[in-house]
Design a protein around this ligand. Structure first.
Ligand code: ADP
Ligand code: ZN
Length: 235
């Protein structure tokens, strides 16, 4: 049976949310919704939203909640999200998390799991400054651990593999400070809701590790569903 899952990936920049989301969305057949990617495509297409978001991405600051929440609500209303989703990079502030809960509640739904990826800061710097991405299909690469087989060419789609403009040591400092100030409080927020799963993501993943994490994710979601079903039947 296909499980309808609503999962959030949490973690500082460079903890591997995008890479994990890329593998997990395929394994679980869930749409991968990356707010960073959504902003980058708005910027590339020069939409109004893209014009507004541009300066924030370039400096490593968060796009204001109002703009971000509106964009995500629109995306979640699309048909493919009815069967669940994997959110990567959203929520990143408490008001965003509250808005997400409200949107889901209107549909009688709730988040199933928040996967919190943890990596020591020294490694974050090393990963981000070596990070590459396919500008056509979004597949993440890394010069150190996961380089493309042929330099500059995506293994999957043959598209150009590039370095992101905001992946500089300077912007990264701002992005990390912003993370600690505005996003890190979400760890406690979701812990209180009983849906947080911490995962040490500092070693290079192998397909086996990803598979065992996915098994753990499914188990935790099943456990939570069984206990909330039991609570309802006791009422
Ligand atoms: P990373 O996780 O490596 O920082 P992302 O691609 O997720 O990269 O985000 C890139 C940029 O897009 C952020 O630095 C920020 O400017 C903007 N952004 C992404 N998600 C959000 C969000 N939920 N709220 C506000 N701004 C966001
Ligand atoms: Zn590609």
């Amino acid at each position: 049976m296909v499980m309808k899952m609503k999962i959030v990936l949490l973690g500082a920049p460079g903890t591997g949310k995008g890479t994990m989301a890329f593998s997990m969305s395929r394994a679980l057949s869930l749409p991968h919704i990356s707010t960073g990617d959504l902003f980058r495509s708005h910027i590339a297409e020069e939409t109004d939203l893209g014009q507004k978001a541009k300066q924030y991405l370039a400096s490593g600051r968060l796009v204001p909640d109002e703009i971000t929440i509106g964009m995500v609500k629109e995306r979640l209303a699309e048909a493919d999200c009815r069967a669940g989703f994997l959110l990567d990079g959203f929520p990143r502030t408490v008001p965003q998390a509250v808005a997400l809960n409200e949107v889901l509640k209107l549909e009688g739904e709730e988040l199933d799991l928040v996967l919190n990826l943890q990596v020591p800061e020294e490694l974050i710097f090393r990963r981000i400054t070596n990070r590459l991405v396919c500008s056509a299909c979004g597949k993440p690469y890394n010069k150190l651990d996961f380089p493309p087989t042929e330099d500059g060419v995506c293994d999957i789609c043959g598209g150009p593999v590039i370095q992101r403009q905001d992946d500089t040591a300077e912007t990264l400092r701002t992005r990390l400070d912003t993370y600690y100030e505005l996003t890190d409080p979400l760890v406690a927020y979701y812990q209180e809701q009983g849906i947080l799963l911490n995962h040490d993501n500092s070693s290079k993943h192998t397909p086996d590790q990803v598979e065992s994490l996915i098994t753990k994710v499914k188990e935790q979601i099943n456990l939570k569903r069984r206990s909330s079903a039991a609570a309802i039947s006791r009422e």
